[in-house]
Design a protein around this ligand. Structure first.
Ligand SMILES: Nc1ncnc2c1ncn2[C@@H]1O[C@H](COP(=O)(O)OP(=O)(O)OP(=O)(O)O)[C@@H](O)[C@H]1O
Ligand SMILES: [Mg+2]
Length: 240
């Protein structure tokens, strides 16, 4: 599981995370919602060891992310991360994009990596696009490719940062459907999203972030359905 305990993160003098505690148990889906600048993306970066932290701890399957002795490359093989911005290699086909990390990082033979890529592409409904280049895919297909690429590394956890927010509204659903499928498969996910209705539907728990703190945390029926905190109420009224 992912365990964040009393985490403090500063950029210079700016305190961005102010004592965050959060646990994501195996097989669970936790969503982070909250205003722009409240620290959601920063938390994902810290969990993946991309940003140093100043106090508190983050453990992934018991391993301290911020211990200098931790092998971050090994840790990151457990954690798939997909961002809003599409980041496939433009000169590689969809299949080559998915096969790359299994080949280079995991050392799979080329044929095996390609077979794995075919399987993951099919999983996300992209079988017919194996030989297409990223620029030949729609935004929704590109995000599904990003998910296929992350899944090809067989991660234990997925961190998703607003992966639908750059998409045309007509393409959002196909990506959300992919996440519904992953949930059914039992994938453990930490999802930053502005899709409040989707967060309500897919999450076991929702954390509402405001100014670097978790103001409200609990099941979606509670945090989204019957918020207690005034800041949560204001935020939900503004986005609904
Ligand atoms: N590399 C950085 N250097 C300095 N400040 C940063 C850096 N990254 C983020 N910040 C600041 O940290 C705060 C939290 O940013 P973060 O990106 O985590 O917010 P967010 O909740 O993801 O917002 P959004 O919903 O807009 O994506 C903001 O005030 C931001 O300006
Ligand atoms: Mg963000």
């Amino acid at each position: 599981m992912i365990e964040v305990d009393n985490l403090t993160k500063r950029f210079g003098i700016l305190e961005v995370l102010k004592g965050i505690s959060l646990a994501v148990e195996k097989g669970r889906v936790v969503s982070l919602i909250g205003a722009s600048g409240s620290g959601k993306s920063t938390l994902l970066q810290c969990i993946n060891g991309l940003e140093p932290v100043q106090a508190g701890s983050i453990r992934v399957d018991g391993t301290q992310v911020n211990d200098p002795r931790t092998d971050l490359n090994k840790l990151r093989q457990k954690i798939g991360i997909v961002f809003q911005q599409y980041n496939a290699f433009p000169h590689l086909t969809a299949l080559e994009n998915v096969a790359l990390a299994p080949r280079i990082v995991k050392g799979l033979p080329k044929k095996e990596a390609a077979a794995l890529a075919v399987q993951e592409l099919a999983h996300f409904g992209l079988d017919s696009k194996a030989n297409a280049y990223p620029s030949q895919l729609s935004g929704g297909q590109q995000q599904r490719l990003a998910l296929a690429r992350a899944l090809a590394m067989q991660p234990r956890y997925l961190l998703l940062d607003e992966i639908t927010s750059a998409l045309d509204p007509s393409l959002v659903q196909e990506v959300l459907d992919s996440l519904r499928m992953l949930r059914k498969d039992g994938m453990t996910m930490l999802i930053v999203t502005h899709e409040i209705r989707f967060a309500r539907e897919i999450s076991d728990q929702v954390a509402f972030f405001a100014s670097g703190k978790i103001c409200e945390f609990g099941p979606p029926e509670q945090v989204i359905g019957k918020p207690q905190n005034d800041l949560t109420k204001l935020f939900l009224a503004a986005v609904k």
